[in-house]
Design a protein around this ligand. Structure first.
Ligand code: PA5
Length: 403
């Protein structure tokens, strides 16, 4: 369950009368979601069908029984969602087998040298994920890992150990599947990379990690059924902030295991809204760590920031002998006091509590943010589904390589 408070630490900053200016626009947007062209976003089946999920569970079973290392290759939306969920929900230590390695998210030679060396003597299964099938970074990573695998395994074995997640018809990776008969999964055409965490893109790595995806999907359905209106309210709050000069949104997170969720949020917002000279600039703060660095700016720096605070109400706890709070109580008290302090400066906060950090709540939270990002983009008057700026850099590099 999620608990939202968009008022307590925002009240000094939000002119609530202004929020009624949004009524007509919101009415139109809601109708598009409820019975119009965007209604597929409120149906969890858009992301994944039952038969695909069964296939993924079977593949994951094979991976868990046959791999020391599961190499997940992809960049941007092709890996950030699963990485966020795996980091948030896996134990901090001793994660067991298979080890999951994310590759193809940069061109860092040192990382490749170390990783390929690490893979050399291991049993490997690779999942290369690219909707377009031609993004440079995952192509390079796949070539390098594939080369090692071809030295180890025959074609029969490769057909099980190479899993390709890509478009149903187009792209180089689909051609490879057609030629070699490798195991493959389909990225739904209507879902862009950064919205694809609950499609086969995110699902296979998540199932391999041992996380219960059925519960995650219950969370997605809960968000669709119960939190759509709250996602709309939140999008309006963010838009009012933006239009009042608060152009930076800090996702302020009170659990380091959710650090990659912050990265996912950063991508979701920046890539969806940052276009045509518009858009909030997302940043991430991990507290209480960053109270001792960014906290100074949030309290006292330039007046351009608002916060969206993510905190967990009921964590495991430890008694503290010399304090009147246990550790969980202390952490929760700090969440509220920091919001109060920042409001006393000039930084308002919207507060989102997860009752516990588990599959269902994370599913709710991520679907909530995807819905609010789409609504926010429409309020901003941009297309929240494209990324022409990202394409631009991809094109320039390909032109250079094709010279
Ligand atoms: O959200 C997006 O569309 C992007 O971040 C893509 O996921 C990213 O550029 C990778 O693209 P592809 O999956 O085509 O390799």
């Amino acid at each position: 369950m999620l608990n939202f408070d968009f008022k307590k630490y925002n009240n000094k900053f939000l002119d609530h009368s202004n929020m009624h200016d949004y009524d007509d626009a919101i009415d139109v947007i809601k109708r598009r979601f409820i019975q119009g062209d965007l209604s597929y976003w409120l149906d969890a089946k858009t992301y994944i069908k039952d038969d695909e999920l069964s296939k993924i569970k079977e593949i994951a079973n094979y991976v868990r029984n046959n791999a020391d290392v599961f190499v997940v290759i992809g960049i941007g939306g092709s890996y950030m969602g699963s990485k966020a969920i795996i980091e948030a929900l896996s134990p901090m230590y001793d994660r067991g087998k298979p080890e999951i390695i994310f590759l193809g998210k940069n061109l860092n030679p040192n990382e490749y040298v170390e990783t390929l060396n690490h893979l050399k003597d291991k049993e490997i299964v690779v999942n290369v994920i690219s909707k377009s099938g031609n993004t440079l970074e995952p192509s390079i990573a796949f070539d390098l890992v594939y080369k090692i695998m071809k030295q180890k395994y025959g074609e029969d074995e490769l057909q099980k150990r190479v899993i390709i997640t890509t478009d149903e018809e187009k792209g180089k990776l689909r051609e490879l599947v057609n030629i070699k008969g490798y195991t493959s999964l389909v990225v739904p055409t209507i879902i862009g990379g950064r919205y694809s965490v609950f499609t086969p893109v995110g699902m296979l790595p998540i199932v391999v990690s041992g996380i219960d995806v059925d519960k995650l999907l219950i969370g997605v359905r809960n968000a669709n059924n119960n939190y759509f209106d709250r996602a709309v309210d939140y999008a309006v709050v963010c838009d009012v902030m933006y239009k009042n000069g608060k152009e930076v949104e800090s996702f302020t997170i009170y659990d380091e295991k959710m650090m990659y969720l912050g990265e996912w949020l950063k991508q979701l917002l920046a890539e969806s809204h940052g276009k045509e000279g518009k858009g909030l600039l997302p940043i991430v703060n991990i507290n209480t760590r960053d109270l001792h660095s960014m906290g100074q700016y949030l309290q006292d720096g330039k007046d351009i920031i608002f916060e969206t605070v993510l905190a967990i109400k009921n964590n495991a706890t430890i008694q503290l002998d010399d304090y009147s709070y246990d550790l969980n109580g202390l952490n929760n008290m700090v969440v509220e006091k920091v919001c109060e302090a920042h409001q006393n400066g000039h930084t308002p906060s919207s507060l989102i509590w997860l009752d516990v950090l588990n599959e269902e709540n994370l599913g709710e939270l991520m679907q909530f943010f995807m819905l609010s990002t789409i609504v926010g983009g429409l309020l901003l008057g941009i297309n929240p589904f494209d990324q022409p700026g990202v394409q631009e850099y991809k094109n320039l590099i390909m032109d250079e390589l094709n010279k």
